[in-house]
Design a protein. Structure first.
Lengths: 265, 357, 287
């Protein structure tokens, strides 16, 4: 095997071991987990999964989480696209400062925003809805999307735009049919990261919701409450949280892996 | 410098091509002489870039052979074939200076620095880049960058052929003609085999000694610009070349004569014509003139194109265009048209009657 | 790139600006408000000016946490960025394995952060965990609940496991976005793989690497959940990073003043260092 594939395989094994460990834990009882070391479950049990699938709070929580993450990803990427294009192609008053200011919104720990956000979203009547979390997450996802998209757009020579205009394309047609496909890798990555950061964010998601829009991250803290720390349940929940993300990246893989073939045949 | 011969080349981008449609390049065989300037002309999607990449070694052909000076290079890498290629968008090494860019291919081949210096100076002088040699390559304008790309191809003394893939696409219009003439000048000076791919007929016809017109993966006609203009082998060539393109009118062959809309028309190749397939007459607007008798037509529009005017007429449901020189009188609303017989051809299913395919 | 001056571009940027400002300015004002006031309860506030700021800046504990944080973030950047880039270079760019690689590489990023902390917590335990048991079996005494070195090792390893894939994905997308023509031209010019990396890939990865470095810098500087679940800041306070310190202080008293001041100082440090990174990496853009 060529050297690069050896390195890659080793890295993937490194990544998979803890995931395997997580899977392992999800099929064990908490007692077995804490009792001793076992590479595979001696006492194989589906209890943890059963709980999750039958308890409505759990599967509603999944739906809630998926809802706000989806809303957030779509909003973030869609508004970021024109802004990134502006940053990439034009100079305008305050552009460099604005660009950096955007990223600075990711520089404060979420804890700082919890109290003000609760007040804010209660005031506009969105508290305990997926919209509150979706909008709150745009605080850090939009800057991220703008930064990533701008980086990819800058790699596309401006000559492509000009050639398209000479060929008679209007701006929207050019943008949708020619430009977006060339930065598809950037869109794939930006969408995935928005999804991911929103999906795993806990503080805001927990505090901006209470009952009807309770997300999976809040449901998981249930496992730490009543009967001590239910590790098996936590592990099972963790495994199930992987699935939506895996699906998302599977879908954007074509965008990410597509290259940019210069020119037309 | 080499003679390039293509034998029965076919290429498909899919792994298991079944039918003819799967092939981007249908069967073709061409020979290009050493030192000539050639153009591959055709619309987008006709397969010209595929053919170019097959010649340069960036693609390996599905079927057929490519020979450089008799040696089979069909499976050789671009480096082994000793070719140079200039792409549609300027491809330069941004972090290097212009000098280093030009020196790069030589350094990779282990040429001593002293020799590199001389060679780079020579090429830079040819391309008028001498003043910018010490500048960072990324700071140049688009035409400057394309010159660097070209320079990297010229700098190697043993290059077999230089290929151009629509290199003027990103150049400002007013610089295009400058770069075009420079390319022609370079060809005359260095006598390297050059193959130029484009969809712009002006570029092709002014640059090349011989033009290969392609459409839908096939070679439609290969010949000098004059041949393509005066004797198009296919109606496609007639349309594509010339501005405005050739007039194509449906006709029949009756009693040894071509008949359009009930009127007999004298054509050059009437002996080869039979009633096979779709019959058409082709005549360029340059060879249509106003007459006192002949095909009746109504004048629809007159466009001014500088030194001549394009008159568009309708005759029996078909458009016929003709050119009027300066000073010639514009006809009234209805007039008669005559076609120059030596430049009027019959076409069967698009191909000129009497051509061997 | 030659950008054209066009102030109408503000229209394209306006939605972004409004959304982010809406979310950012109000909270910011609240925090600033708290940081310059003092309360003894009953919702009565007194102006205290820079008292809290001075207090924080002279706090020995704060200095210690800051130092630990800087070392931690430094280690993270040194390991994750080159490693991520190398892995991205190793990943296949076409073929059936691409999907498999992308999904597998992305998995660590999708695990909720508290679960990350928990699983490493168990995994690194010397008696019942895969990692803990494994290292001890090699003859090295490893107990992250007792030894600071082991704790640091585990925390760093956990972060590398968790976040390197972010760098990998960014660099991979960046590599794949390099037009084929560049690779083709390099082939035609006879360039060796190292030259291809140095002259084609690395320069064109600049934007993507800047994003990766800034993201990792900011996120590792603010790291909280994974560490608190894994070590709780210990043993003792040997892995007490800045955010853990902040939360402890905030939950400690009922006056939000010191915590608010801490937050602002925290934010300013990140802002300054980010700005430094950004300017250094983008230096060549200004032409």
């Amino acid at each position: 095997m060529r050297k690069r594939y050896v390195v890659l395989t080793l890295y993937i094994i490194f990544l998979m071991l803890p995931i395997y460990w997580l899977l392992n834990m999800s099929f064990k009882t908490t007692n077995e987990i804490l009792g001793g070391f076992s590479a595979y479950p001696r006492d194989f049990t589906l209890d943890s999964y059963r709980t999750i699938f039958t308890d409505p709070t759990w599967y509603n929580a999944y739906i809630n989480s998926i809802t706000y993450v989806a809303i957030n990803t779509v909003i973030s990427v869609v508004i970021a696209l024109p802004a990134a294009y502006a940053f990439s192609r034009y100079r305008f008053l305050g552009d460099k400062h604005l660009f950096f200011w955007l990223l600075s919104n990711r520089m404060a720990p979420a804890a700082v925003f919890v109290l003000p956000f609760v007040n804010l979203y209660s005031a506009v009547g969105l508290f305990d809805t997926p919209w509150a979390v979706a909008l709150a997450h745009t605080l850090f996802n939009i800057p991220l999307a703008v930064w990533i998209l701008e980086g990819f757009m800058s790699g596309v020579p401006k000559e492509l735009d000009e050639t398209a205009y000479v060929d008679g394309y209007s701006f929207p047609a050019f943008f949708l049919k020619i430009f977006l496909p060339t930065i598809s890798a950037g869109i794939g990555v930006a969408a995935f990261f928005c999804f991911m950061f929103s999906w795993v964010e806990m503080l805001l998601a927990k505090n901006l919701t209470s009952v009807s829009a309770k997300p999976i991250v809040a449901a998981m803290t249930k496992t730490a409450s009543t009967s001590g720390y239910e590790l098996g349940l936590l592990a099972a929940a963790g495994v199930l949280t992987l699935i939506p993300g895996a699906i998302v990246i599977y879908f954007v893989r074509n965008y990410i892996a597509k290259g940019f073939a210069l020119g037309r045949v | 410098m080499a003679e390039i011969r293509i034998e029965n080349l076919r290429h498909s981008y899919s792994a298991n091509p079944q039918s003819d449609e799967d092939f981007a390049l249908k069967r073709l065989s061409i020979t290009w002489q050493d030192g000539g300037a050639y153009a591959l002309l055709g619309p987008s999607g006709c397969g010209k870039t595929t053919l170019l990449n097959l010649i340069s070694g960036l693609l390996t052909p599905t079927e057929g052979k490519i020979l450089f000076d008799g040696k089979d290079v069909s499976n050789a890498s671009p480096e082994e074939r000793n070719i140079a290629q200039v792409f549609q968008f300027p491809v330069i090494y941004d972090t290097m200076t212009v000098y280093d860019n030009l020196a790069f291919p030589l350094r990779n081949r282990g040429v001593p620095e002293g020799e590199i210096k001389i060679r780079v100076a020579e090429i830079a002088d040819m391309l008028e880049l001498t003043k910018t040699l010490h500048k960072r390559a990324s700071g140049l304008t688009a035409d400057g960058k394309q010159k660097i790309s070209l320079g990297r191809g010229l700098v190697r003394p043993d290059v077999n052929v230089i290929m151009f893939d629509e290199p003027l696409t990103v150049i400002d219009p007013h610089l295009k003609w400058q770069l075009r003439s420079k390319l022609k000048e370079l060809h005359l000076r260095t006598k390297r085999t050059m193959i130029y791919v484009t969809h712009d007929q002006t570029e092709a016809l002014t640059f090349a000694d011989q033009v290969v017109v392609m459409n839908l993966g096939e070679v439609v006609q290969a010949g000098t610009p004059i041949e393509l203009f005066e004797r198009p082998q296919h109606t496609f060539v007639g349309h594509f070349i010339g501005s405005p393109g050739m007039n194509v009118l449906p006709c029949e062959v009756r009693g040894g004569k071509a008949v359009f809309a009930g009127m007999p028309v004298d054509v050059a190749n009437i002996q080869s014509a039979g009633n096979r397939g779709r019959m058409e007459i082709g005549v360029r607007p340059e060879f249509v003139s106003i007459a006192r008798a002949g095909i009746s037509a109504d004048v629809v529009r007159v466009a001014d194109a500088g030194r001549y005017r394009i008159v568009e007429t309708r005759s029996h449901g078909h458009t016929i265009k003709l050119l009027l020189k300066e000073g010639e009188e514009v006809p009234q609303s209805t007039t008669f048209l005559a076609f120059d017989p030596s430049h009027t051809q019959i076409y069967e299913d698009g191909w000129i009657a009497g051509a061997h395919r | 790139m030659n950008k054209t001056l066009n102030n109408k571009a503000w229209w394209l940027v306006l939605p972004v600006f409004l959304m982010v400002a809406f979310n950012a300015l109000l909270p910011l004002m609240t925090v600033v408000n708290y940081s310059i006031q003092e309360t003894f309860g009953n919702n009565e506030f007194f102006w205290s000016g820079t008292t809290w700021f001075e207090q924080i800046l002279h706090d020995g504990e704060f200095h210690a946490s800051l130092k630990r944080q800087l070392i931690f973030t430094g280690l993270i950047l040194l390991i994750e960025v080159p490693l991520g880039l190398v892995i991205a270079l190793c990943m296949p760019r076409n073929g059936p394995w691409v999907s498999v690689c992308l999904v597998l590489v992305a998995l660590p990023l999708l695990v909720p952060w508290n679960v990350v902390g928990s699983m490493w917590n168990i995994m690194a335990l010397p008696d019942i965990g895969l990692l803990g048991k494994g290292i001890n079996a090699l003859g090295i005494t490893f107990n992250y609940t007792r030894q600071p070195i082991s704790a640091w090792f585990t925390v760093v390893l956990m972060d590398v496991w968790h976040w390197t894939s972010l760098v990998v994905l960014l660099c991979y997308a960046g590599l794949v976005a390099i037009p084929d023509a560049y690779y083709q031209a390099a082939k035609v010019d006879g360039a060796r793989p190292w030259a291809v990396f140095r002259y084609i890939q690395l320069p064109r990865l600049k934007h993507v690497l800047t994003i990766a470095i800034l993201l990792r810098f900011m996120d590792s500087f603010m790291i909280y959940t994974e560490v608190i679940v894994l070590t709780g800041g210990g043993p003792g306070s040997t892995t007490k990073f800045l955010s853990i310190d902040l939360v402890q202080k905030a939950l400690g008293g009922f006056d939000l003043g010191p915590a608010a001041a801490f937050s602002i100082v925290y934010f300013l440090i990140i802002l300054f260092l980010s700005w430094l990174f950004y300017t250094l990496m983008m230096r060549e853009e200004a032409k």
